[in-house]
Design a protein around this ligand. Structure first.
Ligand code: ADP
Ligand code: MG
Length: 252
């Protein structure tokens, strides 16, 4: 199978339509006391709809800052970011809230689950802000948990789940509003290597179903699941390469 075929047409989509994420000369400077820290120093990056991108780079290179800006959790000091045709700097607070709730799904290293809340209730939480409210929020949450392999753990608390299962709950929660992009910041950073592989296989499966996926990692094994690898250093993109992803195009 050629790489172009295995990439399910994303190269052609990229050529034909505007990028799904477009960052132009994005800078982010944090003020810390009297000092200023340049977290992003002029990042320009396009990601087409349907891509699966690994964001790599050593600690402090600006990876999380970039993900937070792409998901409108924070605003750049200068430069522009557009996602799904929306210029993030021009949105009203309501439009931004809608964007965060409906367009993006976030996954973090530390799962960020509520300790006394069952898996089913965790996944239902984002639906509280959904507009219009779904008819059957519980059924929807159950379906999402089933889709990540947790149909048998609906009433479990985080403390009753393994790390990998907790991350699956967090992924189901990120997916419950059917976002167009998953922004996962070191999602396997707290997991052992076997469990990490399982989580990456799940991301690959979700990506095949059409969702755009950006995964931050510093591990080459994890990055090998993506079709493209973007390397950050000192707040800049210093390398950007397409690759034949793990699990495709070879004997298995
Ligand atoms: N809220 C913040 N306030 C001040 N400095 C920050 C903040 N967030 C990140 N930084 C600094 O910005 C730089 C990039 O951080 P970050 O994007 O978290 O890097 P990475 O995710 O690649 O480890 C680092 O030097 C970090 O210390
Ligand atoms: Mg980080």
């Amino acid at each position: 199978m050629s790489r172009r075929d295995s990439a399910a047409g994303t190269d052609r989509i990229a050529a034909a339509s505007p990028p799904f994420i477009s960052a132009r000369d994005v800078k982010k400077v944090y003020a810390v006391g009297e000092q200023s820290v340049t977290a992003l120093d002029g990042v320009s990056l396009d990601v087409a709809a349907g891509e699966f991108v690994a964001i790599m780079g050593s600690s402090g290179s600006g990876k999380s800052t970039f993900m937070n800006l792409a998901g409108a959790l924070d605003v750049p000091t200068s430069g522009t970011l557009s996602v799904d045709g929306l210029s993030l700097g021009t949105l009203s607070p309501d439009e931004l809230a809608h964007f965060r709730n409906r367009t993006v799904g976030f996954v973090f290293q530390q799962f960020n689950l509520l300790p006394r809340t069952t898996a089913l209730k965790q996944v239902m939480l984002p639906l509280v802000y959904a507009d219009p409210l779904p008819e059957d929020p519980e059924g929807l949450a159950r379906t999402k948990l089933e889709s990540v392999g947790l149909g048998g753990r609906l009433d479990h608390l985080p403390s009753q789940l393994s790390g990998g299962q907790q991350q699956r709950v967090a992924i189901a929660r990120a997916l419950v509003n059917n976002p167009k992009v998953l922004l996962a910041d070191e999602p396997t950073g707290a997991l052992d290597s076997k469990t990490s592989e399982d989580i990456m296989r799940l991301f690959a499966e979700l990506n095949r179903k059409g969702i755009t996926v950006l995964v931050v990692t510093h591990e080459a094994d994890i990055a090998s699941w993506a079709r493209r690898r973007v390397l950050f250093r000192d707040g800049r993109v210093i390398d950007d390469a397409r690759q034949s992803p793990h699990g495709e195009g070879g004997p298995s």
